[in-house]
Design a protein around this ligand. Structure first.
Ligand SMILES: NC(=O)c1ccc[n+]([C@@H]2O[C@H](COP(=O)([O-])OP(=O)(O)OC[C@H]3O[C@@H](n4cnc5c(N)ncnc54)[C@H](O)[C@@H]3O)[C@@H](O)[C@H]2O)c1
Ligand SMILES: N[C@@H](CCC=O)C(=O)O
Length: 592
C-alpha cells in the first residue's frame, strides 16, 4: 500500500523543500478503523466504503382498484383497529414514553369530528428542555455511528412501511389527516419511503465526494460533519412524508432532532416514530414533543445549541420564526449561525392557452385544484385561461366538478374528496366563499356549499373573477377553492407579467399549450414564478428522485426536498490536510 520516494518534493504551499517522503497510494480497499470517544465504551469499525444499495428506485404504489379485494380488506381492518382502540399518544424523550401529568388533547378525525380516535400529550417547559438535553446526549453516539448503520435504520423502516405497516400507516394518515386511499398511498407510502431510500443514496454519493487534488506527499480529505448542537424540526399536517423527510434527512447525516409535529397529524407521525424505533433508531436521536407551537419554539430557539431549523408550513409562521432566530443571532446567543431551511406556502397557477388540449387541461386542473381538498402547497388555486378555449373548458370542468361530493373516505373508501383539516381552515375557506355573493367582481361557477355538522366538508368551489388583481387571485386559502381569470388572447404578455408578479410566492405552476413557440416563451418569462414548473401537467404531484420539490421567493428557501442538495444543509464540512513530508528549514527555495 505504501511506496517510498526520495525525490526532492514541493508541498502544496510551495514553501518548503522536502528531502524524502512516504507517499500513500490510497484506494477504496484500504482499511480504515475508527473508535468513538472512549468515554462511550463503544467501538465502531468501518472496514470498507459501503455504497447505497444499487436497486434504489421509486416505491411502487398500490392502485386499490375494484379487483384489489385483499388490499381493501387489510386497509379496512386497520381503520377498524384505530377506531375501536383509541389510545393516548405519549411524548417520546430519550426513548422514554411519557404520559402522566401532561395536558391531553383529543385527536380529531376531520371527517367525523365526534369519533374517538385517541388523544395525545402536550409537552411542558421541562419536557422541551429534556428533549434538548436528550438530543445533545444522543448525538455523542449517533454522530459516531457508521453511515452504514445509520442508513440501515432508514432502509429497514422503508421496508417495514412497504410491508408490515403499510395498511396501518395508510389508515392512520387517512383517519388523522382526512386523505382518501390514493392520496394516502402517494404520501405516507410512496413519498415517505422514497425520501428515506433516496436520501441514503444521496448521502452515499456526497460522502464519496472528495478533493480532486492532493499534492505529492499530502492527503486532502473532506469530512461531512453533522452540525454542532441539535436540529429543530417543525412539521406540517398535510404530508406524513414531509414529516418523515424533515426528521429523516438531518438524522441520516448524523444529527439529532427535537421534533414538534403538527397537532393535526399526530396519529401517523407517532406511528412513524414507532417504526423507526423498531428499525433500530437509538434513544434520543429523535425526540417527539407535540405542544403549544409558540411556547415550545421559544424555548428551543433560545437555546445556544440550536443549530438548524427544518421547517415546512405557512409563510407567516416561517417568517416569524426567522425573525426570532435573527434577533438571537444579533444577541450573539448561538454557537453557530443556525441553518434555516423552510418550505412554505404557494398560490400556484395553471395557464391554459388557446392551443391547449382541452381534456388534458381540464382534468389536470380538476386534479391539481381538488385532490386532497386543495390542501397541497402545490395545489392549483389560480387559473388563467384563454377566452377562445374557456366556453368548452368551463362546460367540461363544471360538469365533472359538480358531481364531486366530499365524503368520509374511511367509510366510503372509494371517495375522491374528503374534509378540510380543522375548524380554523373550514372557517377561513367558508368565510371566503360566503363573501362571493356580495362581491361584484366574483361569480360562483360551482360548489359554494359547506357543512361542519359531522366533518369539515366543503364542496369543491370554482369562482370566476373579472379583476385579475382580486385578492382571490393572491391569497393562499389552502382548500378546495379555485379562482379563474379569463383573458383575451391579445393580452397574453400582460398575463405572463401578472402570473409572475401578482403574488409574492414562487412554488409551482403549469402551462398548457400545444405550441412549442408558446411553451418556449412561457418557460422564459416565468423562470422565477415557480420552483416546480410543469408543461402540460398539473401543478401537484412531484416525485422524489424525479422532480425535486420546492420554491423560492415567499415559498421558502428552495433547498429542494427529495434532492441531494437538501442533505448538504445538514452537514458542516471539514477540510483535512495531512502532510506526510517533514521540513528541516524555514527558508523558501528562493532564499538561496
Ligand atoms: N412548500 C412546501 O413544501 C409545503 C409543503 C406542505 C405544506 N406547506 C405549507 O404549509 C401550510 C399548511 O400546513 P400547516 O397548516 O401545518 O401550516 P402551519 O404554518 O400552520 O403549521 C406548520 C407547523 O408550524 C407549527 N406552528 C404554527 N404556528 C407556529 C409558531 N408561531 N411558531 C412555531 N411553530 C408554529 C404548527 O404547529 C405546525 O407544526 C400551507 O401554507 C402550505 O402551503 C408547504
Ligand atoms: N410535493 C407535493 C406537495 C407537498 C406540499 O404540500 C406535490 O408536489 O404535490
Amino acid at each position: 500500500m505504501l511506496s517510498k520516494s526520495s525525490k526532492i518534493l514541493r508541498n502544496s504551499t510551495n514553501k518548503f523543500i522536502i528531502k524524502s517522503v512516504t507517499i500513500p497510494k490510497l484506494s477504496s480497499s484500504n482499511i480504515i478503523s475508527r473508535t468513538t470517544n472512549t468515554n462511550t465504551k463503544r467501538f465502531y469499525s468501518e472496514l470498507a466504503h459501503f455504497e447505497a444499495p444499487r436497486h434504489i428506485k421509486n416505491e411502487h404504489t398500490k392502485l386499490f382498484t375494484k379487483d384489489d379485494v385483499k388490499d381493501w380488506e387489510l386497509l379496512k381492518k386497520e381503520i377498524d383497529y384505530f377506531t375501536t382502540t383509541p389510545k393516548t399518544i405519549p411524548l417520546v424523550i430519550n426513548g422514554v414514553k411519557i404520559k402522566s401529568n401532561r395536558s391531553i388533547k383529543k385527536i380529531i378525525n376531520p371527517s367525523n369530528i365526534k369519533q374517538d380516535i385517541g388523544s395525545y400529550c402536550q409537552a411542558t417547559k421541562e419536557d422541551v428542555e429534556s428533549a434538548i438535553k436528550s438530543s445533545l446526549e444522543a448525538k455523542k453516539i449517533w454522530s459516531n455511528m457508521s453511515f452504514a448503520d445509520r442508513s440501515a435504520i432508514f432502509l429497514k423502516a422503508s421496508e417495514l412501511i412497504s410491508t408490515k405497516y403499510r395498511y396501518k400507516m395508510l389508515a392512520a394518515t387517512m383517519l388523522g389527516q382526512g386523505k382518501n386511499v390514493f392520496q394516502g398511498e402517494i404520501d405516507c407510502i410512496g413519498e415517505l419511503i422514497d425520501f428515506f431510500r433516496f436520501n441514503v443514496k444521496y448521502a452515499s454519493d456526497l460522502y464519496k465526494s472528495q478533493p480532486p487534488e492532493s499534492s505529492t506527499g499530502v492527503w486532502n480529505r473532506t469530512e461531512y460533519r453533522p452540525l454542532e448542537g441539535f436540529v429543530y424540526a417543525i412539521t406540517p399536517f398535510n404530508f406524513t412524508a414531509i414529516a418523515g423527510g424533515l426528521i429523516g434527512a438531518p438524522a441520516l447525516m448524523g444529527n439529532t432532532i427535537v421534533w414538534k409535529p403538527s397537532d393535526s397529524s399526530i396519529l401517523s407521525n407517532y406511528l412513524l416514530l414507532e417504526i423507526l424505533e423498531e428499525s433500530g433508531l437509538p434513544s434520543g436521536v429523535i425526540n417527539f414533543i407535540p405542544g403549544n407551537p409558540i411556547e415550545v419554539s421559544d424555548i428551543i430557539l433560545n437555546n445556544k445549541d440550536f443549530s438548524a431549523l427544518h421547517f415546512t408550513g405557512s409563510t407567516k409562521v416561517f417568517s416569524s420564526i426567522w425573525s426570532k432566530i435573527a434577533n438571537n443571532v444579533g444577541k450573539g446567543l448561538y454557537k453557530d449561525f443556525p441553518r434555516i431551511i423552510g418550505e412554505t406556502g404557494g398560490k400556484n397557477f395553471h395557464l391554459v392557452d388557446n392551443t391547449a388540449n382541452l381534456e388534458n387541461s381540464v382534468f389536470n386542473t380538476l386534479r391539481g385544484a381538488f385532490e386532497y381538498q386543495g390542501q397541497k402547497c402545490s395545489a392549483t388555486s389560480r387559473l388563467y385561461i384563454s377566452e377562445s378555449i374557456w366556453p368548452k373548458f368551463k362546460d367540461l370542468l363544471i360538469k365533472n366538478v359538480d358531481k364531486i361530493n366530499p365524503t368520509n373516505c374511511c367509510n366510503e373508501l372509494q371517495g375522491f374528496m374528503g374534509p378540510v383539516i380543522h375548524e380554523n381552515s373550514f372557517n377561513k375557506i367558508s368565510n371566503a366563499i360566503k363573501s362571493i355573493s356580495n362581491d361584484s367582481e366574483l361569480k360562483l361557477l360551482s360548489g359554494g356549499k359547506f357543512d361542519k355538522s359531522i366533518g369539515y366538508f366543503i364542496k369543491p368551489t370554482i369562482v370566476e373573477t373579472s379583476n385579475i388583481d382580486h385578492s382571490f387571485m393572491k391569497t393562499e386559502f389552502f382548500g378546495p377553492l379555485l379562482t379563474v381569470y379569463v383573458y383575451k388572447d391579445s393580452e397574453i404578455d400582460n398575463i405572463l407579467e401578472k402570473i409572475d408578479s401578482s403574488t409574492g410566492y414562487g412554488l409551482t405552476g403549469s402551462v398548457f399549450s400545444t405550441s412549442r413557440i408558446n411553451i418556449r416563451k412561457y418557460e422564459e418569462k416565468l423562470r422565477y414564478s415557480a420552483g416546480n414548473f410543469y408543461i402540460n401537467d398539473k401543478s401537484t404531484g412531484a416525485v422524489v428522485g424525479q422532480q425535486s420539490f420546492g420554491g423560492s421567493r415567499l415559498s421558502g428557501t428552495n433547498d429542494k426536498a427529495g434532492s441531494a442538495a437538501l442533505i448538504t444543509r445538514f452537514v458542516s464540512v471539514r477540510s483535512i490536510k495531512e502532510n506526510f513530508g517533514e521540513i528541516n528549514s524555514h527558508l523558501n527555495p528562493s532564499n538561496f
